[in-house]
Design a protein around this ligand. Sequence first.
Ligand code: F6P
Length: 344
Amino acid sequence: MIKRIGVLTGGGDSPAINAALRAIFVRSQHYGYTVVGIRNGWEGLVKGNAAELERKDVAQILAIGGTIIGTSRTNPFKIENGVENVKANIAKFALDAIITIGGDDTNGVMFKLSKQYGIKGVGIPQTIDNDIAYSDYSIGFDSSLEIVTNAIDALHTTAFSHSRVMIVEVMGRDAGWLALCGGIAGGADVILIPEVDFDYNEIVNVLKARKERGANSSMIVVAEGAKPANCEGPICASDTVDNFGHVQLGGIGKTIADELEKRTGFECRVTVLGHLQRGGKPTAFDRLLGTRLGATAVDFIHEGKFGNLVVMNNGKITAVPLEKALTERKPMDLDLYELSKLFY
Ligand code: F6P
């Protein structure tokens, strides 16, 4: 019988996590469950840092970005005694089930714990990268997309005024959703994503053709994980690797700017949007999504539907087994990518 639910948020934050936390709390109250907020992702269960949430904790948080319970990229499977500590703290806080809100890493730990130790849990997809299989939208993507689109809108006017090529570097790790959708919504002239290696000659041709047509500026949106065809891997900002084996990406915008200036003589400028993409107010869509996924996660626990990810799939809120969602790669919408080329 369920009495106490632990909730944690892991990985890179994004707007609208708090909407999900609020819905988890309110739905839990409806069933008479206590919610324990685990601090800073899996780190909270490794270190025993958690506390019961109260109604005042979730009041007025719907419109606030970030996560009130903190986040980290902690992987208990990579820490000495990490998993033993997690198990001990689940017992200490008397948690009957856990809700994890995060990307593939955070939910992947939940999956391993459920498979190897029978720990009961439900996951919620949250990442601006929007790269979770079977999930139309993960929490945070829409808000981030809005930020990227607004940034490109703003950059168009200065690019135009100075007759420059503007290169906007966008997050997303090895997924190009944010760059592709933001680029189309912002009217980019060239969009470069990790899923399709690019060719400098093609970009140069686009820029020159635009110039010949009388366009005095151009907008290139590049995902941080994009790379040219002859390059081994994406450009990294540092060589440190996190607990889940991820390098810190960054720098492709500057590399492209240097190369294009050399090849075309056009003046280029780079804007790295960075963590601005993860902050600020959630959009209405994201608040609604976070609310629906959060409430449904508690319903799933109530119904004993453990080991699932609660997703929006083809517009419906539904369950997909964690194993399935986390072992398959979300396919890029290459039709959408082709559509973006219509505007080159
Ligand atoms: O996964 C979300 C994300 O924002 C990626 O798009 C980006 O590469 C990474 O996190 C940045 O992480 P950090 O906050 O550790 O710099």
